[in-house]
Design a protein. Sequence first.
Lengths: 351, 358
Amino acid sequence: MNNINIKKITSAGLFLPILSLILVLIINVIKTPNFFYITVQNGVLYGYIIDVINRASELVILAVGMTLVVASSGGTDISVGAVCALAGAVACFILAGGQVSTDIYRAPYIIAFLAAILVGLLCGSFNAFLVAKMNIQPMVATLILFTAGRGMAQLVTNGQITYIRVDSFKMLGNSIKGIPLPTPVFVAIAVVAVTFVILKKTALGLYIETVGINNKAARLVGLNPVLIQFIAYAFCGLLAGLSGMLVSSRVYSADANNAGLNIELDAILAVALGGNSLGGGRFSLLGSVIGAYTIQALTTTLYAMSVSADQLPVYKAIVVVIIVSLQSKELQRIIRDIRHSKKKVEIAYEK
Amino acid sequence: MSKKGLGLALSAIMIAMLALTGCGGSKATGESKSVESSETSGESKSEEAKSEESKDSSKLIVVGYAQVGAESDWRTANTESFKTTFVPENGYKLIFNDAQQKQENQIKAIRDFIQQEVDYIVLAPVVETGWDTVLQEAKDAGIPVILSDRMIKTSDDSLYTALVCGNFVKEGETAGQWLEDYLKLKGRNHDESINIVTLQGTIGASAQVGRTDGFGNILSQHPNWKMLAKQTGEFTQSKGQEVMESFLKQFDNIDVVVAENDNMAFGAIDAIKAAGKTCGPNGDITVISFDAVKAAFDAMIAGDLNVSVECNPLHGPRVAEIIQKLEKGETVDKIQYVDETYFDTSMDLEKIKAERAY
């Protein structure tokens, strides 16, 4: 019984995010008919829709981590963009052996990759320690790495953009020969799948919701809120490290100033667009993922429609306002009330 | 307890990491330290200079330079240019201050310069506004202020003597003129339409506004040049690539890409290749970019990039020229531009790259 109920709720919860994604895509069918046109170029699928799926990958990965952070603590991790930059900087620093540009790996790739993940995990754990253990407001706690992260990345790269001009380094962020889809797509799918399975196969998902809804009650029923929040923030950091690797692989370089710039805001927006409450508690992982694809679909749509650069933020803002208010409970209530009162009037009229 | 221990261990690791990265950047910190020391020694030396001055008439012109920081290669080259121009052999004494991107540090530096009674103050302002008070103090002390690189917003123009900067509009025009010559050389005749797309910088940045306007000036002289689309790539490689990907799907007849900095051009080149097209001197699409950073030379040598218009950081000699004129009592132009050129694949790029300071 209970199981069926939960299923019902999630399907209803995902209805609006999916609707808004479809809405954005429908605009394209009308304005740019070739939006869904897919061809093969250099053995890789090529088209607007592929761009959307490909470019959204980092955002999807970050949105997954952000969802858990939001759900468990009712706060956001605003340091993920800076952690991306730092992880990418450390990986490129190791691969380039401290040089500004390199044509060969000066250290094994796997070490650099693991270092990037480790940096992400450490940063996440640092945030986790401040939030879960020290009880500092999430926004304030993650503000530290938000500001310091890029500075540290600058120090690692010595303020220069570090280039890794090796073909195998580009594979993670671009495509591997013989595989028709860009690699980041698979990475994003893998992250979502693994996280989804962990949350569903263990009780962790339920624990996170419990802690997010009521921290004290969770402790009283025998959960350890500190540990659960710690896991959420550390995992979010780890994913930021992974997406830092994607970002730097895309441009085969570490750009401390611009890697993942403002992506934390998009990640938070993705969570909100997915119909999740930023106050914590009940969450839908798939909602956030759909939210992330919606944001990227919107960006690509605006490019495809040749909206001029100075108007771009305005259009984005308008669409976001519409989508968010569509999902607001308050608006739904108002609409219901209006319908009700109309009915009442009609009934009164008939009488 | 063990969790507490874990937390402590983690925070210890974080601190260790901070320290480690600090070590990695020891060059930078070392530099700022040496700057400080040169500043303090500068103070004592300028006193020495003053005492020497009373002894004999040979006098060094003391110049205080309030620099933004060391955030980029460009900035480092700019600093280097001042340090090599204002040397005692040329009759100068330079007091250098690195503000590390903070306006309050620059204001403090200017007040220090006034107290030390320098002869000239050079300022590369971090931000445009908030300079009136401190520059008024400099004016009251009778010290001329020369701005480098960036303009300030003030109601009183007399607060600064001159501005030395790059001319972004001219850079845009240079790019346009280069394209004009290049098309002539390639034998593309006048009636044939040339389809151009532009990757703009961050909207509103002076480099974006100037370069867009400058290229637009040349564009308007050529009825056969068609600007298909303009979109911002926010001066970054990944955004440049993303926007170019979109352009390539919208238009299949692009002849020229104008990227308003080198990084966006690198992104555009990758997007062009991914779309199965070619670029550069022997390719389908001509790529024009700005700044001429080192990596741009690599891209030109690799045959992917056609031309990069320089953004010259070597302001030192031009500032020295202004000071010499002021010393002679001559008047100077309010805005002075540094000389800027372009580099394209017809030149000996390896040699130029090796000789360039940045």
